[in-house]
Design a protein around this ligand. Structure first.
Ligand code: FES
Length: 154
């Protein structure tokens, strides 16, 4: 019978050593991913809330477009509120129109309350909860929807 040579033993040992190193790395990666997944909802929640500045930055009786947040912020003498500028059809950014808002992509029209008037969109625009932070800045919470008539009273 033929005895395995030293080099065969050596290559088996090398293979097992490499296999155990890669198995340990794989286990470490899986453990890290499961740990990160616990934090991701918290991070997402954090990013859903952001400050947009003080009330006085927004002109009265005007929808102010915030391009970086894709929001329209409306302020009147009583309070302030914010509506999404993302079309509920396929996600294009809407523009202000005489009737309310209009989507340049497929022509959806919404009134000033964000309700669908016509077009491809079938869902109204969402309004978001606003709060005032201790530093006086307005905080938008994209995770909390409110009716169009609700505003943060000044
Ligand atoms: S994306 Fe606005 S109408 Fe289609």
């Amino acid at each position: 019978m033929h005895e395995p040579s030293n080099s065969t033993h050596q290559s088996r040992r090398d293979f097992l050593r490499r296999f155990s190193v890669w198995a340990a790395i794989g286990a470490g990666v899986l453990a890290s991913i499961s740990l990160l997944r616990q934090f991701i909802p918290r991070l997402t929640q954090y990013q859903r809330r952001f400050k947009i500045g003080r009330v006085n930055n927004f002109p009265v009786n005007t929808f102010t477009y915030m391009a970086d947040r894709k929001l329209f912020v409306y302020r009147d003498h009583q309070g302030i509120k914010a509506v999404s500028a993302i079309c509920t059809h396929l996600g294009c950014v809407i523009k202000k129109s005489d009737e309310g808002f209009q989507c340049p992509c497929h022509g959806s029209c919404f009134n000033d309350r964000g309700e669908v008037l016509s077009g491809a969109a079938t869902k109204d625009l969402p309004w978001f909860e606003l709060k005032k932070d201790v530093d006086g800045q307005i905080v938008v919470d994209l995770g909390r929807l409110v009716p169009p008539e609700e505003k943060l009273y000044l």
